[in-house]
Design a protein around this ligand. Structure first.
Ligand code: AMP
Length: 615
């Protein structure tokens, strides 16, 4: 069996890790980095870039550069309006409330964009390990619901990765802790990333990690902090110049980059300068932005956002029925946990409890995913993972009410059944409407999907006995089945919510990605070839310069012609065959000249008469 890798598919960055001789190792990507920005960029010609290269074009082509796609995974159009307004690329409705992004007239699902990122991570892992990688454990925020988990699995399948297990990010962090510490403790994992916040409280031991409670907010992360700073910068700019720049997408992107940088600086410095020359212009000329932001002012601006994370921590604490003093350690995870004010607030809540910053907050989740992968592959001793559901699940019942079958906080995997019956005499069909949430009325909860059980035997109302069974597997994915106890007729579904993808849609997306992969390989080969020819032309040019004195007139002329022809071929974008031929010609031609010049030199040497010693 090939290696199973662990992947933290993050809002901002993705990280892959595997276990070697019991030790986690972070995979270095093709650019030599441990983190791969979760960014996909498209060029005007339709070329696709993932990671650092895409990040570099974010400022120049914000409309063509997709970042933070995780915020759109498994969501419906109505749920993402606010997120959509904050990104420079186009977020579109693909029908049936499905969210898509559109670049250069082509629409992509969030699953496809995530698949591009996963494909890059997969390829880096394959290059790094020197073997094919087909299986992975992928992490998701604990607060990802069924639809978001399904979407993550589908992204894996599109990328050609069999996602063996989906695990919650904080639980992954706890696993990383477990294998390193191997001692019993009650820990809190405070995970504040780019787009989401999660807090989990767990009991860990050398061989069990049991989640006691989780809470969080999957609309809250470092991006919100950046956006808050952008709004502040825009309002300061308006005060100073009377120009409203908040609606200009290109300007907003520049402000965003500056805001994120300033925020990061303030995690170590007490003050930072933000300088954006030529931000915009009016009749009086160009306008620049220059301001100083102190740590205190930054904290004042974003304190309410940070406070929201603390509120979630309090919720998780009360759900776990533990006092803050009963927590042994708080593990700080996610890039935003580096903010000093965050650390101060967490310390204030968990009084006397040490903050564990010994794990790299960017990597600890991927390490945990690799531990889980190692357990599945047999290279790591099993730690029993007892995770819990973060939402209640149930069905719609008479009176448009909601009956909870699996309450929030149940340990997964879990199976629960409930008997239901008909509401009118001789009713042949019952509709099972599956819901997720905590509200009393069906309409106030999230609809995960529905199906019908037909062929119920005719009987007075209330007599048929239909057993509805909910199963939540270890990935947190929901299956629902209904069975008429009398006739044995049964129906079921793995929740395919409106944002879920059918097998055909996944296969199509996979085929498209493979075709793009081929096109990418071709583009890469062409780039290499053009590069090679360019280098050969430079080589020939310097040869001409250095050997001009040894060359005949005709040879100089021919060489100049060869250089011209070569440059023209590059400018005119000659095809692969022509470039191959040209490259071969250049090699042969320069070899031939070199040999000729060398032979002359030998003749010259031969013509010198040396006196023998003693003469
Ligand atoms: P993650 O999703 O864990 O990769 O976290 C990414 C988020 O962490 C982004 O919003 C970053 O801006 C933020 N981040 C990374 N480093 C720092 C830092 N030194 N100070 C503040 N925020 C940071």
């Amino acid at each position: 069996m090939g290696k199973i890798i662990g992947i933290d598919l993050g809002t901002t960055n993705s990280v892959a890790c595997y276990i070697e001789h019991g030790e986690p190792r972070v995979i270095i990507n093709e650019e030599g980095a441990r983190l791969t920005p979760s960014i996909v960029g498209f060029s005007k010609d339709g070329d696709r870039f993932v990671g650092d290269i895409a990040k570099r074009q974010l400022l120049m082509y914000p409309e063509n550069t997709i970042h933070s796609i995780k915020r759109f995974m498994g969501r419906r159009v109505g749920e993402v309006r606010s997120e959509a307004s904050k990104v420079a690329y186009a977020v579109v409705d693909l029908g049936e409330e499905k969210v898509g992004v559109e670049v250069g007239g082509k629409a992509y699902t969030p699953q496809q964009i995530s698949a591009f990122i996963l494909q890059k991570v997969k390829k880096s892992a394959e290059d790094f390990l020197g073997e094919p990688v087909e299986q992975a454990v992928v992490t998701v925020p604990a607060y990802f619901d069924d639809r978001q988990r399904q979407a993550t699995k589908d992204a894996g399948r599109i990328a050609g990765l069999d996602v063996l297990r989906i695990i919650n990010e904080p639980t992954a962090a706890a696993l990383a802790y477990t294998i390193r510490r191997k001692k019993a403790a009650t820990i809190a994992v405070y995970d504040f990333g780019g787009g989401t916040f999660d807090i989990s409280i767990l009991d860990v031991d050398a061989d069990v990690a049991e989640v006691r409670a989780t809470a969080g907010n999957n609309h809250l992360g470092g991006n919100d902090i950046d956006n808050r700073l952008v709004d502040w910068l825009a309002s300061e700019f308006k005060k100073a110049n009377g120009i409203d720049i908040s609606q200009d997408r290109m300007v907003r992107q520049r402000l965003l980059e500056a805001a994120e940088k300033a925020k990061m600086d303030l995690s170590t410095a007490m003050e930072t300068e933000i300088h954006l020359p030529f931000l915009t212009a009016d009749e009086s000329g160009p306008k620049h932005l220059q301001t100083v932001l102190s740590r205190a002012a930054f904290e004042f601006l974003v304190e309410d956002l940070l406070r929201l994370t603390i509120d979630e921590c309090s919720k998780a604490l009360s759900e776990s029925r533990l006092a803050p003093s009963q927590i042994n350690e708080v593990i700080m995870v996610g890039g935003s946990s580096r903010i000093p004010k965050v650390q101060e607030m967490v310390k204030q809540l968990f009084i006397g409890c040490p903050l564990n910053k010994s794990f790299n907050p960017d990597e600890v989740v991927a390490v945990g995913a690799a531990v889980q992968a190692g357990m599945l592959g047999g290279s790591v001793q099993d730690v029993t993972l007892l995770d819990v559901t973060n939402f209640s699940l149930g069905i719609e019942v008479e009176g448009r009410r909601y009956a909870r079958l699996i309450p929030k906080g149940s340990t997964v995997p879990v199976v629960r059944s409930q008997m239901v019956s008909t509401v009118v005499d001789n009713q042949k069909t019952v509709k099972i409407h599956v819901l997720q949430g905590e509200e009393q009325l069906a309409k106030d909860n999230i609809s995960l999907g529905d199906f019908e059980l037909t062929e119920i035997q005719a009987a007075p109302r209330g007599v048929p006995r239909v057993e509805v069974t909910f199963t939540i597997d270890t990935d947190g994915i929901v299956n629902v089945a209904a069975k008429d106890k009398l006739t044995g007729a049964s129906q079921g579904l793995t929740i395919h919510s409106p944002s879920g993808m059918s097998q055909k849609a996944i296969d199509d997306a996979r085929a498209e990605l493979e075709a793009m992969e081929e096109a990418d390989d071709f583009t890469r080969e062409m780039q290499d070839l053009r590069n090679r020819v360019e280098k050969q032309l430079f080589g020939l040019e310097s040869f001409l310069r250095d050997s001009k004195l040894s060359l005949k007139k005709r040879e100089i002329f021919d060489t100049e012609q060869a250089l011209k022809r070569g440059r023209m071929a590059l400018v005119k974008k000659a095809d692969s065959d022509a470039l191959q031929e040209l490259s071969q010609y250049l090699v042969n031609y320069q070899d031939h000249l070199q040999q000729r010049v060398d032979a002359d030199a030998v003749d010259d040497v031969g013509s010198i008469s040396l006196m023998s010693p003693g003469e």
